[in-house]
Design a protein around this ligand. Structure first.
Ligand code: NAP
Length: 283
């Protein structure tokens, strides 16, 4: 039987509408600043999509486009100004940065309460400990999708393929907190299929098309494809071989239209949440 297709696009749209109403209740609109360094075409598309989404939700948006040769000192100075800017509740630095810039130092310079990507060590630590903080948008969006789809997580075996700081590792922690038994696979994992075939919930975030094929999916699994790969024909593809995997899975996300739109919705939500917390503290 063919899987139910999880409509990330529809859920994200629904969440963005709800956020718009919440934003309208603020005396001043929440503000998001996005910094982009250099002219990476994919990054430019992501930044432009984030800006459009902000505008549609009524969030004040500032895009700071800096030349590729910007020095780290100049970039840190920009971030410091945004940290102090009362109109700005969220700051996002679009990755990847040019090689001469130290991404870790740059991300660490963002105030944790404005770190809407959830990459600052304070927010990473809060997530690890189960304390309140801003959570990374992509895995947080996946959790929202699982919740919306009424997927039982407690007691289930979740297998995550990919162990990056922005997707795989925080995904593992979130699923662990939700009661799953978690396996994380990386590039050194021998016999990947041995692990994926045992997954009740399978999250794939590698960046390689078709790394997971239908024969690597357990009958009745929930498959979440985080991968976003631009194929030679210009089309966007995930990491999972969709046609074969959907014949095994109970539920599966498409690419595009699955995790991607949820990531943007969660970025907006984090920005509004950061603004709400700031206002609560001011009262
Ligand atoms: P990344 O930083 O390159 O990490 C890739 C991970 O995959 C690493 O942990 C790597 O292992 C692991 N890996 C590589 N080859 C593997 C293999 N053969 N078997 C098992 N694991 C393997 O990538 P990322 O930033 O997490 O992104 C992953 C994908 O998700 C990309 O396609 C990206 O575009 C997409 N993405 C989508 C969204 C969205 O909103 N939809 C958001 C973020 C990322 P090692 O740790 O051993 O190197």
């Amino acid at each position: 039987m063919s899987a139910t297709i999880i409509d990330g696009k529809g859920l994200a749209q629904h969440m963005r509408e709800a956020l718009k109403n919440r934003v309208a209740s603020f005396p001043n609109p929440p503000g998001l600043a996005v910094i982009i360094v250099g002219d990476n075409p994919a990054s430019q598309v992501y930044v432009s999509n984030k800006e459009k989404a902000c505008v549609a939700a009524g969030i004040h948006s500032e895009v700071i486009a800096l030349p590729g040769e910007t020095s780290e000192l100049d970039l840190l100075d920009r971030i410091e100004k945004l940290n102090a800017d009362p109109k700005i509740d969220g700051i996002l630095v679009q990755l990847p940065l040019p090689k001469h810039l130290n991404s870790r130092r740059v991300l660490d310079s963002i105030l944790p309460e404005k770190d809407v990507d959830g990459f600052h060590p304070s927010n990473v630590g809060a997530l690890f400990l189960g304390n309140p903080g801003l959570q990374p948008c992509t895995p947080h969006g996946v959790m929202k999708m699982l919740e919306h789809e009424n997927v039982e997580i407690r007691g289930k075996h979740a297998v995550i393929v990919g162990a990056s700081n922005i997707v795989g590792k925080p995904m593992a922690v979130m699923l662990l907190h939700a009661g799953a038994t978690v396996t994380i696979c990386n590039s050194k994992t021998p016999d990947l299929g041995h692990h994926t075939r045992d997954a009740d919930i399978l999250v794939v975030a590698v960046g390689r098309p078709n790394i997971v094929t239908g024969d690597m999916v357990k009958e009745g699994a929930v498959v979440i494809d985080v991968g976003m790969n631009r194929l030679e024909n210009g089309k966007l593809a995930g990491d999972v071989e969709f046609e074969s995997a959907k014949m095994k899975a109970a539920k599966i996300t498409p690419v595009p239209g699955g995790v991607g739109p949820m990531t943007i919705a969660m970025l907006l939500e984090n920005t509004v949440e950061a603004a709400a917390r700031k206002r609560e503290e001011a009262v």
